[in-house]
Design a protein around this ligand. Structure first.
Ligand code: ADP
Ligand code: ZN
Length: 603
């Protein structure tokens, strides 16, 4: 097992549960694997397939996923093929031939094709195992339901002695039961790994408006030069607006949403995967079907509708296990919009509840990772140290007067204003609405001038969440004072607010420095970054020559390891994780030469 791991994948040790899962499969037992994105599910069936006689049949729901997996395996010198609707007849015929000759170790196939082939190709070849990838597609509970998946029960019927391995990153119990039942798995052993993704930093930024968000994003991207990232937005219009604003700043950006044509979407996805474009501004439609391992950051420009969606979306960063950053922007406008969507949806109660949990997460004053893990039913006994709350614990102050100012302005307008007007009154802005309604005549006009608008946004959110205010969604989102709010307004109770820290973004050194070379000598670090850049460009060139994505040539973590160890001969490449024998032969010389040149240039 270890031999194969090293030879074909270039790794020296297994991740938690991989070895147990592989052993179970080698013992021909049905197996259910629940692991988060990036957890290392693929190796769990790929290693057994290399150790067993015959061909492993892998069912995968999306052509792009199959393509990615097949390319990754081939890049390690493993004979993998895919049968799907994109192939020509000639291609399919030759793949069948190779299968019959026993040359193919892994055959990826779409669910509809496997049903069609169950009495033909599958009967004629020796099959080592069936792997059902993205197995949650079988369940109607989930969001990726695929009707064809429900017919996969024929596998157990027609091939009673071949082990079935189902794999998914969706962990809930109903889905789990559905998978085992529908696939007719026989006393399956279930392996559930932790859903924690410690390499993803978590950061929530509250109450910012478009201009400030763009300013923060711009600064963030400048610190993440050349690093791929996704910005998720609530609407198509917003993706386009954000992309336009970033493009104006000179960033390399594209958009992806359901309103584009198929070919436009494919191009956006392809450019991103192949490192031809750095940033995608996308709606939630983007991501399923992408295995790109070097997505270094994910930003939510708007609040997601549930913790599930949020976790799935941030999960697209850092699949290679290297430190990656995530930022969630959260504003009152988002809450109003999402509440409206939830109210109008079919499953109103459930969706409101999910949104509330999302909001609690965004509002939390305790370690955010603890909240995520407990949401998914895991407990942990320590704070993560890699979220904004851990890095920058909230401080409170007596906010009674600030709160009274806001509540008083609301009271004096007969509770007929929404947030934006409230802030204008507090700040003393003379707008058309204020002139028409004569709000400039009320006593509180301009009473909060010393506090900037964006801080008012933040305080009002806090007041809402502490229960001093509520929003009348059915009355043009006007703000209403609660009983608790009246107590504060009339001085019967004091109230606290959390101090707003202007720039809570932790120092984002390049990941190259934080992860590989903890040395603090900044000069040394500059060199590391530029060696990384040299090797990154070499990787890009090699990938272009072969028309495969750069991360398939070599992952970011392999590049980082090369920067750290600086091997100058082929032998020393043995110590570099992620370099299979095949890749060593194919690319080793190029990288060693580049490192040598770099070292000489430093002298
Ligand atoms: P998943 O399918 O669970 O999302 P993958 O199988 O794509 O995850 O693996 C994620 C990353 O982790 C890949 O880059 C893979 O090469 C790497 N990986 C998997 N197993 C190991 C291991 N034992 N040691 C080091 N890296 C591993
Ligand atoms: Zn934390």
């Amino acid at each position: 097992m270890l031999n194969i791991l090293k030879t074909y994948f270039g790794y020296t040790s297994f991740r938690p549960l991989q070895k147990e899962i592989i052993t179970n499969i080698l013992n021909k037992k049905d197996t259910l694997v629940l692991m988060p994105t990036g957890g290392g599910k693929s190796l769990c069936y790929q290693i057994p397939s290399l150790m067993m006689e015959g061909t492993a049949i892998v069912v995968s729901p999306l052509i792009s996923l199959m393509k990615d997996q097949v390319e990754a395996l081939q890049a390690n010198g493993i004979t993998a093929r895919a049968i799907n609707s994109m192939n020509t007849d000639t291609e399919n015929t030759s793949i069948r031939m190779e299968c019959l000759q026993g040359k193919v170790k892994l055959l990826y196939i779409s669910p509809e094709r496997i049903l069609a082939e169950s009495n033909y190709l599958l009967k004629d070849i020796k099959i080592s195992l069936f792997a059902i990838d993205e197995a949650h597609c079988i369940s109607q509970w989930g969001h990726d339901f695929r009707p064809e998946y429900t017919q996969l029960d024929i596998l157990r019927k027609q091939f009673p002695n071949i082990p079935i391995i189902a794999l998914t990153a969706t962990a809930d119990k109903i889905t789990r039961q559905d998978i085992m039942k529908q696939l007719k798995m026989r006393e399956p052993e279930i392996f559930i790994s932790s859903f924690d993704r410690p390499n993803l930093s978590l950061d929530v930024k509250k109450g910012y408006q478009q201009k400030e968000k763009i300013r923060i994003i711009k600064r963030f991207i400048e610190k993440h030069e050349n690093e791929s990232g996704i910005i998720y937005c609530m609407s198509r219009k917003t993706t386009e607006k954000v992309a336009e604003l970033l493009a104006d700043e000179g960033f390399d950006t594209t958009v992806y949403h359901a309103g584009l044509s198929n070919s436009e979407r494919e191009k956006a996805q392809d450019d991103f995967i192949n490192d031809r474009v750095q940033i995608v501004c996308a709606t939630v439609a983007f991501g399923m079907g992408i295995d790109k391992s070097n997505v270094r950051w994910v930003i939510h420009y708007n609040l997601p509708k549930s913790i599930e969606s949020f976790y799935q979306e941030i999960g697209r960063a850092g699949r290679d296990g290297i430190k990656s950053d995530t930022i969630l922007f959260y504003s009152l406008g988002d809450m109003i919009q999402l509440t409206k969507f939830a109210e109008e949806s079919n499953q109103k109660e459930i969706n409101i509840e999910k949104l509330n949990r999302m909001q609690q997460y965004a509002e939390a004053n305790i370690c955010r990772r603890r909240i995520l893990l407990s949401y998914f039913g895991e407990t942990t006994d320590h704070d993560c140290g890699n979220c904004d709350v851990c890095r920058n614990p909230p401080e409170r102050f007596d906010g009674t007067i600030i709160i009274q100012k806001a509540l008083s302005a609301i009271a004096r307008t007969d509770q007929q204003i929404a947030t934006s007007t409230l802030i204008e009154i507090l700040r003393g802005n003379y707008t058309q609405e204020i002139a028409e309604k004569e709000y400039d005549k009320i006593k509180t006009f301009g009473i909060g001038r010393e506090i900037p608008s964006r801080h008012w946004q933040n305080y009002i959110l806090q007041m809402l969440n502490s229960g001093y205010l509520e929003i009348a969604y059915n009355e043009n989102n006007h703000l209403k004072i609660t009983d608790l709010g009246h107590k504060v307004l009339y001085g019967k109770q004091k109230a606290q607010l959390v101090v707003i820290k202007e720039d809570t973004t932790h120092k984002q050194y390049s990941h190259v420095i934080t992860n590989i070379s903890p040395k603090d000598d900044s000069k040394e670090n500059e060199h590391e970054v530029s060696l990384f850049e040299t090797l990154r460009l070499l990787r890009l060139k090699l990938a272009e020559q072969e028309a495969i994505p750069p991360y398939i040539v070599m992952s970011d973590s392999t590049l980082l390891s090369l920067c750290d160890k600086k091997p100058v001969d082929i032998q020393s490449l043995d110590d570099i994780p992620g370099l299979s024998e095949y890749k060593k032969k194919k690319y080793g010389r190029d990288f060693v030469e580049a490192i040598k040149l770099y070292i000489n240039a430093q002298k």
